[in-house]
Write a protein that binds this ligand. Structure first.
Ligand SMILES: C[S@@+](CC[C@H](N)C(=O)[O-])C[C@H]1O[C@@H](n2cnc3c(N)ncnc32)[C@H](O)[C@@H]1O
Length: 179
C-alpha cells in the first residue's frame, strides 16, 4: 500500500506526525505534532520495500532499481523549494536511513523536502505550488536543474551529486552528502 488512505487511517508515527487529509488526489500533506530542532534525526526509516519508480517512491541510489516505497505516513511529505526536512539515505547501513530536520520545526508545521535532493528523473512531474521566493517552478528531478539550483537546499544525496558532476562533465568534488 504505497499511500495510506483517509478511510480507516491509523497514523504510523502517532507521537510525531499526522496526515492532514484534504479533498483532491494530491492535496493532503504531513504535519509535525511536535517541535524539532535543525539537524535532529526525526525518525529512522522502517518498513521500506523496493519498488518501481513512482510518484510515491524515493530514490536510494543511482541504479535503475534503486527506488523504495516508504509504506508509511512519510509518503505525504510534500515538496518545497525551501524544505524543512531531508530524506538522508546516504549511509551504506540501511538501518541509519532517516528523516532529518533541516530547520527548526514548530508543532503543527507542514513537513516538506526538496524532491530533487533524492530524485534524478521523476516518474511524475508537477508545477510547484510551494510559493517560496526561490521556487524553481517545474519539479521533474535533479536532471533538469543546474548545480546552482540544487545548492542551498540544505541537503543533496550523493548519487545526485555524482550524476550532476557527470552531466556537467566534471569530476565529483567530494563524495559526501552535502554540496
Ligand atoms: C507523494 S505525493 C505527496 C503527497 C500528496 N500531496 C498527496 O496528497 O498524495 C507527491 C505528489 O504530491 C503533489 N505535490 C507535492 N508537493 C507539491 C508542490 N510543492 N506543489 C504541487 N504539488 C505537489 C504532486 O502531485 C506530487 O506528485
Amino acid at each position: 500500500m504505497p499511500k495510506p488512505s483517509r478511510k480507516s487511517y491509523v497514523p504510523t508515527h502517532p507521537t510525531k506526525f499526522v496526515v492532514e487529509f484534504a479533498p483532491g488526489e494530491f492535496s493532503s500533506y504531513l504535519k509535525s505534532l511536535k517541535a524539532f530542532t535543525a539537524g535532529q534525526v526525526m525518525c529512522t526509516l522502517r518498513g521500506l520495500t523496493h519498488g518501481a519508480k513512482a510518484y510515491t517512491s524515493v530514490q536510494c541510489g543511482r541504479g535503475a532499481h534503486d527506488h523504495i516505497e516508504l509504506n508509511s505516513d512519510l509518503v505525504y511529505i510534500n515538496h518545497s523549494c525551501e524544505p524543512n526536512v531531508a530524506f538522508d539515505l546516504s549511509s551504506t547501513d540501511r538501518a541509519k536511513w532517516h528523516l532529518r530536520a533541516l530547520k527548526d520545526i514548530k508543532r503543527g508545521e507542514p513537513l516538506t523536502f526538496f524532491y530533487p535532493s533524492t530524485e534524478w528523473d521523476m516518474d511524475q512531474r508537477f508545477k510547484c505550488e510551494c510559493g517560496t521566493p526561490t521556487c524553481v517552478g517545474s519539479i521533474q528531478g535533479a536532471k533538469y536543474l543546474s548545480r546552482k539550483e540544487l545548492q542551498a537546499r540544505g541537503f543533496v544525496s550523493p548519487w545526485i551529486q555524482e550524476l550532476v558532476s557527470e552531466r556537467d562533465n566534471k569530476t565529483p568534488e567530494r563524495a559526501v552528502s552535502r554540496l
